[in-house]
Design a protein around this ligand. Structure first.
Ligand code: ZN
Length: 412
């Protein structure tokens, strides 16, 4: 998606503020000798912002508006090093609620819905984002926060909650509890708004069929408001994002160049109207693609595909970008193999080769035939043919870390 005139103007306004505040990005611009952008080509010359820039600004170095305009901060939970603190002005808080209310609308939520919110509250952007959006829309928020399944089910039944907001893993846990306790006929849920983790189709189907509800994927990250900058609609063909608040690009994570619409790469986001901590060309390390064309729902808001993983997971085979999640999804289509797998990538005779090892489910598998079928399926869905080996159940090493399943022998 090419950047528009209006968006360029908004970027220039942000640049002005960033330079005035003396933030890290103002300094980057000085080094690059850029102070204004007038065309899509200009825009692409702007330097990227990285998570480490944000960390280095700890605690309040990202504050771009005067302190009297800052009404709140949020923080992303840094698993390594210093956290990132994001300051918000009243306008930022309102804009975020507007975007989140739009998400609920896209999910078919109305003023008559009762919305049970299970993501966490506090420094974290999750819970409060769901709540503000819900109130802005005019629905009834039930601010539960995470955990305490007993209480969650009690409130869900007594208050007749119609919408559940949760992570996919918590939604699955609740679904399993409801099934186990035979409570399904006592719950009134119709919709689930599910945030922020990559989840498999199997998991999605399980939650949706167990609870008998329609599910919507919500997207967002603390650095850019929080959850609520995009959501899937009822056609479930990717997530619409709000291009009146953000400009979204997809780049090749290795070269930093923009990739054509439809191709997978890293999501890079520019905030167009944010005051407290505007970000220009922020590298999210989330992998997705822009889905070309218009959605069946008729909305003009552009779409990205569901998040395929992180840039660190990406592999390049014969010029095609591949993620373990894509292979994983295809493996899941086969009943005769289980979910264990191992991927080896090597470079032989001037060619990249991928070997995939999968485990047969005991007793009912023709190894050669299954291997051939899986290789064909990968060829048709991803675009290259791997070498597939089916092995006996229990042969592959068990690991909870997804990355340990990929062994790239090219760089050893
Ligand atoms: Zn749509």
């Amino acid at each position: 998606m090419e950047i528009t005139e209006l968006q360029l103007q908004q970027v220039n306004d942000r640049i002005k503020e960033l330079e005035k505040s003396g933030s890290f990005y103002g300094q980057k611009l000085n080094e690059a000798g850029i102070h204004e952008v007038h065309s899509p080509e200009d825009f692409k010359k702007l330097p990227f912002s990285e998570k480490k820039d944000l960390r280095n600004a700890y605690p309040l170095g990202l504050m771009t508006a005067p302190e009297e305009k800052i009404v709140r901060i949020h923080s992303s939970s840094g698993t390594t090093g210093k956290p990132v603190i994001i300051p918000y002005t009243q306008k930022d808080v309102d804009d975020w609620a507007t975007q989140f209310a739009r998400c609920f609308e896209f999910a078919g939520v109305t003023k008559l819905d009762r919305v049970q919110i299970t993501p966490g509250y506090g420094l974290w952007t999750a819970g409060i984002g769901f709540q503000a959006g819900c109130e802005k829309l005019g629905a009834m928020a039930i601010p539960m926060g995470p955990g305490n399944t007993e209480k969650q089910l009690e409130m869900m039944i007594n208050l007749k909650s119609t919408v559940i907001c949760a992570t996919s893993s918590y939604a699955l846990l609740l679904a399993e509890e409801i099934e186990k306790r035979g409570l399904k006929n006592q719950i009134c849920l119709k919709r689930g708004v599910i945030g922020s983790e990559r989840w498999s189709k199997k998991m999605r189907d399980k939650i949706s069929s167990t609870l008998g509800i329609e599910l919507f994927d919500i997207y967002g990250l603390t650095e850019i408001y929080g959850p609520g900058i995009g959501i899937s609609c009822k056609y479930n063909t990717g997530m619409h994002y709000w291009d009146d608040f953000i400009y979204l690009e997809i780049i090749d994570p290795k070269t930093g160049e923009n990739v054509p619409d439809g191709e997978f790469g890293e999501i890079v986001i520019t905030t167009l109207v944010k005051e407290g901590a505007p970000l220009i060309r922020y590298r999210t390390h989330d992998l997705s693609r822009i889905i070309p064309g218009q959605c069946e729902c008729g909305s003009k808001y552009p779409r990205i595909d569901s998040i395929q993983g992180r840039t660190d997971d990406m592999m390049k085979i014969k010029g095609v970008n591949v993620f373990p999640s894509q292979i994983e999804e295809i493996i899941a289509e086969f009943d005769e193999i289980n979910s264990e797998y191992q991927i080896h990538i090597s470079h032989l005779d001037g060619k990249d080769t991928m070997r995939i090892y999968v485990e047969a489910v005991s007793g009912r598998v023709n190894f050669a035939e299954t291997a051939e079928k899986l290789a064909e399926r990968i060829k048709s869905k991803i675009g290259f043919t791997p070498i597939v080996k089916v092995v006996e159940e229990g042969v592959l090493p068990r690991s909870t870390k997804k990355t340990a399943r990929v062994i790239d022998e090219r760089y050893n």
